[in-house]
Write a protein that binds this ligand. Structure first.
Ligand code: MG
Length: 353
């Protein structure tokens, strides 16, 4: 794959230029080389006053209200996959987690673990992708750290991110807020990210056009919260998939959740891949989808607000919150039977986010 071009937006992404500049141990030694790397690779791209100050921490002016804070580590393999890359994943993952409490994400920090020998060109593409995702989300990357580890001790590049946002006034969103009678809304089709990464590893056994759904969801959430004060729960079904996320919410809120299998959108290619590999799409990771639990009377308002946004076009009601069975998720199948949907037990897809 070394002679293919890297295309951050697009389909095929491959390891870059074989003979270009590479990360060496000296880049992590804290001296002149480290400073040059930080200046060239990060500061000039992320470029904002808090970062440029060059102090040990970023100084930012707090807004009123409550803060939403989250952190994440990203270890995806391969680094580039259809629809995204580790950089976009790192920014979107943290932006989304911060936003899921009804917060406006403002600032991110990023830690880079670089493997000796990593082509500088790869780092540049990842950083550019982070910048572009941060711009789309409207957040600034205001602090960071870089460490270099010896060849063979990492898979090219790991990224950890932390994010902070300000919660909207009057908003009280959380996993424990689901109420009996609420409806469950899903923002679009499930399983795209997990299957896209698997496809990029050549493990599908067929040519797939599935793209990762990785995207910042904060503007979608803004539209939902503009439309209704009765959004009770928001969560992104990432690792563990929709099934695991809904189980978490059912436990936190001590309610039952009943789903209609037929209403859950799954791309036909994702379905085919799942059937072939013995996966259940309900457990496959998503990186640009959210589940919302909303008061029934506001469901249509929220749904129509979602559909007018880029990442909510496929929004649909997939179920409801019930009094019983407590802490359980039930699925009414297409054949008319009902089965319990449990949490993901153990590992399904390694290293996907
Ligand atoms: Mg999350």
């Amino acid at each position: 794959m070394t002679d293919e071009t890297i295309n951050i937006e697009g389909a095929v992404c491959a390891p870059p230029l074989p003979h270009g500049e590479q990360i060496v141990m000296g880049h992590g030694a804290g001296g002149r080389m480290s400073h040059q790397l930080i200046q060239k690779a990060f500061m000039s791209v992320f470029d904002n006053p808090a970062l440029k100050s060059g102090d040990d921490a970023a100084l930012v002016v707090p807004e009123h209200g409550k803060l939403s804070i989250s952190t994440d580590a990203h270890v995806v393999f391969p680094l580039f996959f259809p629809g995204g890359d580790i950089g976009k994943l790192a920014v979107c993952g943290t932006v989304n987690d911060v936003a899921m409490l009804g917060a406006k994400p403002l600032y991110l920090t990023a830690g880079f673990i670089l493997e000796e020998g990593l082509p500088m060109e790869t780092l540049k593409l990842v950083v550019a992708s982070m910048k572009s995702a941060a711009d789309e989300a409207g957040v600034q990357i205001v602090a960071g750290d870089t460490k270099v580890v010896q060849r063979g001790k990492a898979d090219g590049l790991y990224i950890t991110t932390a994010g902070v946002g300000v919660v909207r006034e009057g908003v009280n969103i959380g996993g424990a807020q689901a109420k009996v009678g609420d409806v469950v809304i899903l923002s679009g089709s499930i399983g795209d990210h997990g299957i896209a990464v698997l496809g990029a590893r050549g493990e599908l056994g067929f040519e797939s056009t599935i793209q990762s759904d990785v995207a910042p969801l904060n503007h979608l959430i803004d539209a939902m919260l503009d439309a209704s004060n009765n959004v009770h729960v928001l969560r992104d079904p990432t690792r563990g998939g929709l099934a695991t996320t809904l189980n978490e919410i059912a436990v936190q809120s001590n309610v039952g959740i009943s789903l209609e299998e037929q209403s859950i959108p799954v791309h036909p290619e994702v379905n085919a891949a799942c059937e072939m590999l013995g996966f259940d799409a309900l457990y496959v990771a998503n990186e640009g989808k959210l589940v919302a639990i909303v008061a029934k009377e506001d469901a249509e308002k929220v749904l129509s607000a979602m559909k007018q946004t880029r990442y909510g076009e496929g929004a649909i009601i997939i179920g409801e919150v019930t009094a019983e069975p407590k802490s359980r998720v039930l699925l009414k199948t297409a054949l008319g039977s009902t089965r319990i949907v449990d949490m993901l037990a153990g590992e399904m897809l390694p290293r996907i986010c």
